[in-house]
Design a binder for this molecule. Structure first.
Ligand SMILES: Nc1ncnc2c1ncn2[C@@H]1O[C@H](COP(=O)(O)OP(=O)(O)OP(=O)(O)O)[C@@H](O)[C@H]1O
Length: 264
């Protein structure tokens, strides 16, 4: 099967530091791929290169979006807005919400890349603009409902619990209608109940035909939901494969998991 994302020999240098060094991996459509490794391994840099925040120093990132009949297109070096338009969305390690805005408005903002009406339409409040506004609210409510937050739609984002703020970030990312969503430590700071709910939510994202790339330190979660996991250490890929082979891989145990991991 053609991968939805293919990263080939990607490197990212910051001055004298190789944050990513010749990293290659693929993500199969409609799967959950894990991206793990110790602190500073290059995971977030990898997300930043995929989403256009950073331009890789070398290498290629090819996206085969179902929206474009799986025709492969090179996305390295494209602006983040373009990458969103092409169908990649993300959440952040540190929650990035407009805390004073309502929960609904936080998602409405996320829909922006999918809107068509222009500034003039907004000023003149044309019928087309009003119709689009209505559609944006409906779609935003749909995604809030999807993550279980519709009853909080009119509350301010900062009033949500930590776990709910993370779900709101996911709703906002989904509202851009991605084919691939990148989740950066979604379980960080969550209690076991919230993590169990998150797991169900990630499975329901998959059911929407959205492929998932997941950075996560909660190994129980990663090992139980990913079909394949890529492991980075000091910017280099040290393993890539199904959870069991990752658990048993001596390099991964040495660099990251520790000796107790094989029994986890
Ligand atoms: N903008 C930057 N300028 C300079 N160095 C950077 C920059 N961004 C990341 N780095 C460095 O690149 C390396 C990889 O960082 P990165 O944040 O990608 O790691 P990570 O695997 O996501 O770690 P963590 O699990 O702690 O989030 C680190 O040494 C980091 O200090």
């Amino acid at each position: 099967m053609q991968p939805i994302l293919e990263i080939t020999n990607m490197s990212k240098r910051f001055g004298g530091l190789m944050a990513l060094n010749d990293v290659s991996f693929t993500i199969e459509p409609r799967t959950i791929k894990g991206l793990i490794g110790p602190n500073g391994a290059g995971k977030t840099t990898c997300f930043n290169c995929i989403t256009g925040v950073y331009k890789p120093t070398s290498g290629d990132i090819m996206l085969s979006s179902p929206r474009r009949n799986m025709e492969a297109m090179r996305i390295n070096g494209k602006k983040p807005e373009k990458v969103t338009e092409f169908g990649i969305a993300r959440t952040f390690q540190n929650i990035r919400l407009f805390s004073e805005l309502t929960v609904l408005d936080n998602v409405r903002i996320g829909r922006h890349p999918r809107t068509k009406s222009n500034f003039l339409g907004a000023v003149l409040r044309t019928p087309a603009h009003k119709r689009e506004e209505r559609e944006i609210v409906e779609a935003s409510m749909h995604w809030l409902d999807f993550v279980g937050l519709s009853r909080h739609a009119l509350e301010r984002a900062h009033s949500l619990s930590y776990g709910d703020q993370r779900r709101l970030e996911i709703a906002r990312a989904l509202s851009t209608e991605p084919s691939l969503i990148l989740l950066d430590e979604p379980a960080a700071g969550m209690n076991p109940r919230e993590t169990a709910e998150l797991k169900q939510l990630i499975f329901s994202i998959l059911e929407q035909d959205v492929t998932v790339l997941l950075i996560e330190h909660d190994m129980k979660l990663v090992m139980s939901i990913c079909s394949s996991i890529v492991v980075l250490d000091h910017g280099e890929k040290i393993a890539d494969g199904p959870p069991q082979s990752i658990k048993d891989d001596p390099r991964v145990i040495e660099a990251y998991l520790g000796r107790g991991a094989a029994d986890a």
